[in-house]
Design a protein around this ligand. Structure first.
Ligand SMILES: NC(=O)c1ccc[n+]([C@@H]2O[C@H](COP(=O)([O-])OP(=O)(O)OC[C@H]3O[C@@H](n4cnc5c(N)ncnc54)[C@H](OP(=O)(O)O)[C@@H]3O)[C@@H](O)[C@H]2O)c1
Length: 266
């Protein structure tokens, strides 16, 4: 259990926040007192969430607690814009960045649509790497300017159970998440000694827009969902993220794998 003000004074950036896990993470961080900059491609969905947060939670130093940056999170300019927006609006560099934007793809390397590969790899891997690099550089500088162990700085990366356990049924998506998972651990080893916590969150099946975007067959996927129900909801991922980020700066819970209890595979 963490208290409502556990993340007060933290400045967060969350990608892929117009739906699912990112939306729940942004809402949860705002609930715990953080200022949040939210990103996704659908402007109206972002606006809707920002209005909700700004109405519900108090201003931070006279500023709205939520700002939006619309755009493709795999573009360099968008990555810089979200970090700059956080710094400009809240008056300090972001110290809690959630690398979440991503998509799935139904099928294996043999059966999935190769026309979808490039966009998925660009979003899931290149976009994640660009944000990890840009946010990591800023956080290292931020931590240099602070007493150690003073305030924490967190880079939270959303991987997947299929980034740890091989699934032949979603091998192209899984391969992007294997890459993201290894990137997160590599950058943890690189930035941890500089006072930046890099945390890997590996969800199992979470009900969100993910299944529709990936193109899963509603019939067979529905059967799986029924067999292992209840599957996770986005808030089940947001809660542990808030918990991890609210630990003292010298404590790092670096990797959390979360499945529905009855999910046996992967
Ligand atoms: N759901 C699961 O079972 C599951 C399991 C393991 C891991 N994950 C991972 O969790 C993360 C979030 O998934 P989710 O379940 O919340 O899916 P979701 O409901 O489909 O949400 C995905 C979010 O990412 C945004 N997005 C997609 N491409 C983007 C891009 N290029 N630039 C900016 N935003 C982009 C989408 O918004 P716009 O369309 O508005 O841009 C949306 O807000 C992903 O990395 C996914 O791989 C999900």
């Amino acid at each position: 259990m963490i208290d409502q003000n556990a993340l007060k004074d933290r400045i967060a950036v969350v990608t892929g926040a117009s739906a699912g896990i990112g939306r729940a993470v942004a809402t949860t961080l705002a609930h715990h007192g953080a200022g949040v900059v939210i990103n996704a491609r659908r402007a109206h969905k972002l606006r809707e969430l920002a209005d909700e947060i700004n109405e519900k939670y108090p201003k931070i130093n006279g500023k709205d607690p939520c700002r939006t940056v619309q755009g493709d999170a795999s573009e360099d300019a968008v990555v810089e814009l979200m970090l700059d927006e956080a710094a400009d609006h809240f008056g300090s560099q972001p110290d809690l960045v959630v690398v979440n934007a991503g998509r799935g793809l139904s099928g294996s390397v043999m059966t999935s649509d190769p026309g979808e590969w490039e966009e998925m790899i660009r979003t899931n891997l290149l976009g994640a790497a660009k944000l990890i690099r840009a946010a990591g550089q800023r956080m290292v500088e931020l931590q240099k300017s602070r007493e150690w162990p003073g305030k924490p700085a967190d880079l939270v990366v959303i991987g997947s159970t299929v980034g740890r356990h091989i699934s032949p049924f979603s091998s192209m998506y899984g391969s992007t998440k294997f890459a993201v998972n290894s990137l997160a651990e590599a950058v943890r080893r690189e930035l941890g000694p500089k006072g930046v916590r890099v945390t890997l969150i590996e969800p199992g099946i979470v009900a969100s827009e993910f299944q529709g975007v990936a193109g899963y067959d509603p019939g067979s996927f529905g059967e799986l969902m029924d067999r292992i129900s209840p599957v996770l909801v986005p808030e089940d991922i947001a809660r542990p993220i808030a918990f991890v980020c609210s630990q003292p700066a010298g404590v790092h819970i670096s990797d959390i794998l979360i499945r529905p209890t009855r999910q046996d595979y992967p």
